[in-house]
Design a protein around this ligand. Structure first.
Ligand code: KIV
Length: 294
């Protein structure tokens, strides 16, 4: 039996009815999702969700909700560590955050982001950095930015047994040269995106994030590739969708990009709870008798 057939027979989601239609989302499986499950989902035309997480507790909520892939994104820079962008994030920080997310999950495939400066020197540096995320944090895969420009890094990691999720289109680590603009608009840029997508697939990536690219182009890439596409601001046709969790749950302050859908307003919930606590303390109503020990 091939590994792919085995994955068909024992979906990580278990044996419930949901899994007849979607093996990746929604189950309470007893083993971790693997990249083979992702390949199977592509073959079956299943769509799946991915969320970021940067700590054990948040990751455990998403894992229990059945989110099959959790990305410890270097968006931790802006969304968790208080930096202006992803650029300052270090490999030590990513290793610490990834280890926490792995500890908080039992089913999700945890993907750790390689931060800026940890793989651009070349394949050997990429392997050294990815090895830390795999050995010290326990991630099941790593992500790195770049298409044609990163294909040698992807090749060596995959040859070494480390699954790679690539990331093309808008690549935030290049904000200083690229800005935060839609990518792939116009014939030349679209052709480059198609070449990047093909290059990461040929190098052995198991999936590719398409960030901020026109929906029609993302749909074309998704039809062209045998590996999964994961969209963020890339329209509805990609195989998977990812959102940054603090955006999705309304914790991030300020204006949100158009592609973000907010499913809750945690900023308001938490702010109101903090004010209620402060008022109870200053008004002398907390702790009450039931919160006191004698
Ligand atoms: O760092 C991150 O969270 C990401 C996602 C936006 C794909 O790269």
């Amino acid at each position: 039996m091939t590994q792919l057939q085995a994955a068909h027979q024992t979906p990580a989601g278990g044996t419930g009815a949901t899994h007849a239609t979607n093996a990746l989302y929604g189950g309470k499986g007893t083993r971790r999702i693997t990249v083979r499950d992702i390949a199977t989902a592509k073959e079956r035309g299943e769509k799946w969700p991915m969320l970021t997480a940067y700590d054990a507790m948040t990751a455990s909520v998403f894992d229990e909700a059945g989110i099959p892939v959790i990305l410890v994104g270097d968006s931790a820079g802006n969304c968790h560590l208080g930096y202006e962008s992803t650029v300052p994030v270090t490999l030590d920080e990513m290793t610490m955050l990834s280890a926490a997310v792995v500890r908080g999950t039992g089913r999700a495939l945890v993907v750790g982001d390689l931060p800026f400066g940890s793989y651009q020197e070349g394949p050997v540096q990429a392997l050294r950095s990815a090895t830390r995320l795999v050995k010290e944090a326990g991630v099941g895969a790593v992500k790195l930015e770049g298409g044609e420009r990163s294909h040698r890094q992807i090749e060596l990691l995959v040859e070494s047994g480390i699954p790679v999720m690539a990331h093309i289109g808008l690549t935030p680590q290049s904000v200083n040269s690229m800005g935060y603009r839609v990518q792939g608009r116009g014939e030349e840029a679209a052709q480059q995106l198609l070449r990047d997508a093909k290059a990461v697939q040929d190098a052995g990536a198991f999936a590719v994030v398409l960030e901020l690219v026109p929906a029609e182009l993302a749909a074309e890439v998704t039809r062209m590739l045998q590996i999964a596409t994961v969209g963020i601001g890339a329209g509805p046709e990609t195989d998977a969708q990812v959102l940054v969790w603090t955006d999705m749950l309304g914790l991030t302050g300020g204006r949100m990009p158009k592609f973000v859908k907010q499913y809750a307003n945690l900023r308001e919930v938490m702010g109101n709870a903090a004010k209620a606590f402060a008022e109870d303390v200053t008004g002398g109503t907390f702790p009450a008798e039931e919160h006191s020990v004698h």
